[in-house]
Design a protein around this ligand. Sequence first.
Ligand code: ADP
Ligand code: ZN
Ligand code: ZN
Length: 804
Amino acid sequence: MSVASVIVDVAAKQTDRAFDYAIPDKWKGIIVPGMRVVVPFGPRKVQGFVVALKEEAEVKRVKPIADLLDLTPVLTPELLEIGHWLTEKTLCFMISAFQVMLPAAMKAKYDKELSLLSKEAYEQLHEQVKPFFQSRSSLKWSEVEKTAAAPAFHRDIQKGLIEVVYVVKNKGNKKTAKGVKLNQSLEDIQQFMNELNKQAEKQKQVLSFMLERNEEVAIKEIAEDLQITSAPIKALINKGLLEETEIEIYRDPYQDRYFTPSKPFQLTDEQAEAIAPILQDIEENLHDVFLMYGVTGSGKTEVYLQSIDQVLKKGKEAIMLVPEISLTPQMVKRFKERFGSKVAVLHSGLSTGEKYDEWRKIQRKEVSVVVGARSAVFAPFENLGLLIIDEEHETSYKQEENPRYHAKDVAIYRGQHHQCPVILGSATPTLESFARAQKGVYKLLTLKQRMNKSSMPSVDIVDMREELRSGNRSMFSTMLFEKMKDRLEKGEQIVLFLNKRGHSSFVMCRDCGYVPTCEHCEISLTYHRYQNKLKCHYCGHEEHVYTECPECHSEHIRFFGSGTQKVEEELTKVLPEARVVRMDVDTTSRKGAHEKLLNKFGSGEAQILLGTQMIAKGLDFPNVTLVGVLTADTMLNLPDFRASEKTFQLLTQVSGRAGRHKLPGEVVIQTYTPEHYSIQLASQHDYEAFYKQEMEIRKMHKYPPFFYLALVTVSHENIAKVVSVTDKISQYLGQKLSPQTTILGPVASPIAKIKDRYRYQCMLKYKLEPSLIPLLKYILERYQAEMQKENLTITIDLNPYSMM
Ligand code: ADP
Ligand code: ZN
Ligand code: ZN
């Protein structure tokens, strides 16, 4: 084969196809699909992926490939195929599909090194190669590249005597670096940015950058990314908008840890019943999707572990996805204890180099189990026997940037390819999955009993309107306060949970709990401070701000939200004897902080753990006997049709933190809307009743799982442009799509402006729309020139999870 089809690293519509390049003689027989190459493209050289080989090119004269980056393909034939499928599924460019499947290091700068696999290998080396390894076991590829020995090296690499290693440059050799983080609330920063004058453009850029990242970032990285000096960053530190920090550079977190090997448990009858059909699929190479529906502590993880064990015994491989947030040391420990060095762990806490190392272990078949967050679903295994998605309801499985894929879809696709089972596990499955299980599309496996036979904790709902009426203006209801005091006296522990504040604020009556919602969309209206108006972020419906509650005529109707820091302050006032650990984005942004704080609580050094979403799952502390949810309403009122579902999931999960062991647990949920079904039913631990009720609402308002959604978002600096483009798109779709499809919008997106760019959207609700993908592709083509030249952005999210 003398020609290679290459997808080049230029993400644009007109380059979104394979280009032909000649394979120089020295690489004939060496280059295969799935390898990365460097090719001339116009005046420059770019990286590309070989997708196919052929005898002849389609055009007359083709340029030769300039360099070969891999000597083993980084994308397997299966992954190449998944790449094609992703472009159809998510409307992304081919190159983005390929890049998302690989660790970041493959994109980063690197040195290519050659190393001798073993001492024995030396004797078998080609005569031309031997001298290079006479006194050392590794050398840089650049030393060899230009010499006459290069072809001989290729042969020895093919023979498996030498391997090629990418050494990531400038990553991970420093222990600390100077960094910064935001030092003020988002609103204050937004306000400050609006007031900055033209000369301070650079400072504005820095703030936008920081808002987007929303974490500690090294000063050097900001300066490099934005191509600025550090002066504007220093200016912002002086103004108090940014705070200077030290960023720790992470090393292999499991390096010097010893894991005591664990043995499988004798399964309970329920577990045995659940695992039987999975084992049968594994035995007979069958593909099914199982929905394992079981309360926390019902032994799901043990079933996963034993299923994986069976897969390994058959000489196959397994992928287990867990949400980033629950990829806790406790979870990793369970896997390492059971499968030892056969496990690779992939999560965002690893440095680029470490991630690459873990990935390489998979590629070289040194491990057969991967535990990881979303992108681990692309692990380059070639003999998969099982894929598991734990906490399948978690929205973090959906990538919120291109390619906007859902790990569940990829897992099921791979399961079909390999003819192996896929397990989705959850105590609170998504309505989509549970509905599929009801229809028999998925096979339902149920675990009803908790392992320790302990009953679910008892849940009390406290009506915060009553508290206010009886004169209690504190964040803690009398009941929660009394129970906290009681636990402190007994030396037991408490978890306090506060929902993270959403991007937008809603309005609530503090006397009756009334929250204004859109009459057309059944989601809370969002308060816009500048216009002093309430708006629906789906359909654009507007209302004036209330001065009086329409339900109870109280004047205490205002917007809502309180932070963890405020709660901590109040705790030290009312319970000065308590030692508190606070966990939120601020206290855990430093690498390793998460684990340190948890250890502090686990060791009993602190009695109260106060935190946001991140403490909701995965934690297992025997001494916790009380869980308090400070405001159940914050999430309930996000402008998202999944708000009730998310609230139910979260409350259920939080409650699962109490009474996991011998001591009985209690939960107190504080709310202004105690009658809401998602709060009521979560307190009764009644998922099935919640499912029934929520399904009716979804059906009535044409939401998933009854209808599919597609979200088109347009953004540009010029608001008139944004409105007109969105309007044209909506009209065009309106003409072409079937009358059964609803088109909502054009309307401003919930976050109406990001980085000085206005954002508008239209949302489609459809059931059957075979021409949708071609139509959307046509729209992207139609606006291609404007997107490239005028900085217009159109993003299309098929099956969106984030409504912001
Ligand atoms: P889940 O994943 O549903 O939360 P786990 O698998 O973590 O449940 O099980 C809860 C606890 O029960 C864990 O501590 C686990 O080690 C233990 N466990 C699980 N299965 C068994 C079993 N068959 N016998 C004894 N203990 C078990
Ligand atoms: Zn009211
Ligand atoms: Zn509306």
